[in-house]
Design a protein around this ligand. Structure first.
Ligand code: DGL
Length: 278
């Protein structure tokens, strides 16, 4: 049976990409809700409805476990999904805990969608792990739109990021948590903006490892040649152009997952050097 991996859009490919490395002998079904992306600007009720529909569809295709590879959908819908469906359902959440534990006395920046930033789930996680109040939350709605348009690296993206970050002194931060799966696509641009050594963290590796553990605990591990089927809002992806797009995105993720730290020399970037030195 297949493992269902769900996201509003292409962000969930980051989790699929990692899960394919961690579980090389499993069959996967990847579902992107392309008709309704972005979720990060929708109401809670809408997100719960779309996510439940997607999981219901994946169940009809014979999945044995579901991964909600979307921080936004996890933050509002995971409880309802687990109430409704009896297969193992895993979520992803921003990697705040490891970031706080490795903070080196500095601050932690968490970028996510507006819904994730607003929701109780992330606030509760921060309250549990951030006793010293080191975490700053930053909503970045436009990045999801850029990602869906495959605009990952351009003057427009850099200008947006620099504008959103202008009021922060980035030298104060030990790490940047990518709290939306779409944000992994921007690591080459982020590397040029964040000072050398700033750690970039996201939940995809932890989620893939957790998936492997849950499958093992439930006796659900299988050994097949690896396969992946792709769906967009319930329609199977079969067109050569669409499949080529997915391969292109997975190749980009091959590159992005090698980028783990910022690499900007602080003197180069006026917007984060100016504030304290002038
Ligand atoms: N990729 C999703 C996340 O991890 C949400 C993107 C969106 O649809 O707004 O939060």
């Amino acid at each position: 049976m297949k493992i269902g991996i769900f996201d509003s859009g292409i962000g969930g490919l980051t989790v699929l990409h990692q899960a394919m490395l961690t579980l090389p002998e499993e069959e996967f079904l990847f579902y992107a809700d392309a008709d309704h992306v972005p979720y990060g600007e929708k109401t809670k009720d809408e997100i719960v409805h779309y996510t439940c529909e997607a999981v219901r569809f994946m169940l009809s295709q014979g999945i044995k476990a579901a991964v909600i590879a979307c921080n936004t959908a996890t933050s509002v819908a995971i409880g309802e999904l687990r109430r409704r469906y009896s297969i193992p359902i895993l979520g992803i959440e921003p990697a705040v805990k490891p970031a706080v534990e490795e903070n080196e006395g500095k601050r932690v920046m968490v970028m996510a969608t507006p819904v994730t930033v607003r929701e109780e789930k992330l606030k509760n996680l921060i309250a549990r792990v951030d006793g010293s109040h080191l975490v700053d939350l930053l909503p970045m709605p436009q990045l999801v739109r850029f990602a869906e348009a495959e605009n990952f690296s351009s003057p427009e993206v850099t200008a947006y990021l620099c504008g959103q970050l202008a009021k922060y002194d980035l030298r104060d931060y030990s790490s940047l948590v990518l709290g939306c799966t779409h944000f992994n696509y921007f690591k080459d641009t982020l590397r040029e903006i964040f000072p050398e050594g700033t750690a970039f963290l996201d939940g995809s590796e932890g989620t893939a490892n957790h998936l492997a553990e849950v499958l093992e605990e439930n006796g659900l591990l299988e050994h097949h040649p690896q396969t992946v089927e792709y769906y967009r809002s319930g329609r199977k992806v079969t067109e050569a152009d669409d499949l080529a797009r997915i391969r292109r995105l997975l190749r980009r993720l091959d590159e992005m997952c090698l980028i783990r730290y910022g690499a900007c020399s602080p003197s180069v970037k006026i917007f984060h050097a100016d504030r304290k030195d002038s």
